[in-house]
Design a binder for this molecule. Structure first.
Ligand SMILES: Nc1ncnc2c1ncn2[C@@H]1O[C@H](COP(=O)(O)OP(=O)(O)OP(=O)(O)O)[C@@H](O)[C@H]1O
Ligand SMILES: [Mg+2]
Length: 253
């Protein structure tokens, strides 16, 4: 990586993914710079979630490379990639339904020493304070002891964000985190995301809601049939009539 590329956290080069004869990622190259919110948009089936799966190691690319802070992460187990500071949410949330909100958050945090070990008491107290802070910021504090299955849809979405916050990851990949939220909830979601970005988190978000896309993006990457058709500032990409025709012409949800 050259000097000028120092702030590139994640570099994707000529990425390919085939499922049998189906090419779902077609020669995609994309840089994600520190502190920048990139929104991935494109019609259903464009390959957005697949791109996340390739970055996080849930899928192995057929070709190309993915560099995290200058080093290839292709072929590494997904938990190893996560440990390096790339966290993600899933379209289907994947919470532990029978656990409480608090327990769901604790499962993604580093274990702390037992209380009788040196620093154990202080470590536990600090972790508890951190959980409370995260739950406050995700508006879930009064639900700390509620089981995930008993939460409303919006609360479940916020819990999946809380679990990402708890990892302390520097890069967040969010797969439609605001889909299905009412206006009040997604305003709160945007506020939270902006505040995390101000504190140094780098975000790539897949989103269909144009209000959210406009409200959060520094840059938009447009995918269609596995190909990156555009990558630029939101105004330019959103005003492109060719892309609008593809997006609105083919969207089914
Ligand atoms: N494991 C798989 N095996 C075969 N085909 C797959 C697999 N995963 C995804 N695909 C196909 O790859 C294409 C891209 O799917 P992907 O889920 O990445 O799209 P997407 O852009 O996230 O769509 P949506 O907006 O509906 O979530 C689709 O045609 C899908 O059917
Ligand atoms: Mg998807």
């Amino acid at each position: 990586m050259t000097q000028a590329d120092n702030n590139v956290l994640l570099r994707i080069t000529n990425l390919q993914k085939n499922f049998g004869g189906l090419q779902v990622t077609n020669n995609v190259s994309l840089d994600m710079r520190a502190g920048i919110v990139t929104t991935l948009v494109g019609p259903n089936g464009a390959g957005k979630t697949t791109l996340f799966n390739l970055i996080t190691g849930h899928l192995v690319p057929t070709g190309g490379d993915i560099l995290w802070k200058g080093k290839s992460i292709v072929g590494q187990a997904h938990w190893k990639i996560a440990r390096q500071g790339i966290a993600r949410s899933f379209q289907d949330l994947r919470l532990f339904n029978q656990m409480t909100v608090e327990e769901n958050v604790l499962t993604v945090m580093e274990p702390v020493s037992w209380i009788w070990q040196p620093g154990g008491r202080a470590g536990r107290k600090a972790r508890q304070e951190r959980v409370m802070d995260i739950l406050t910021r995700t508006h879930l504090l009064d639900k700390a002891k509620t089981r995930a299955i008993d939460l409303s849809y919006a609360e479940r979405k916020f819990l999946s964000l809380a679990r990402i916050m708890a990892t302390d990851a520097k890069m967040w990949l969010l797969d439609e985190p605001a889909s299905g939220l009412d206006r009040g909830s997604y305003e709160r979601f945007l506020e939270l995301l902006r505040s995390e970005v101000r504190q140094g988190v780098t975000v790539c978000i897949i989103e269909h809601n144009l209000d959210i896309v406009i409200g959060i993006s520094d840059r938009i990457a447009f995918l269609d049939q596995g190909k990156l058709l555009a990558d630029g500032d939101p105004d330019t990409v959103l005003k492109d009539p060719h892309l609008a025709a593809i997006y609105f012409g083919e969207q089914t949800t």
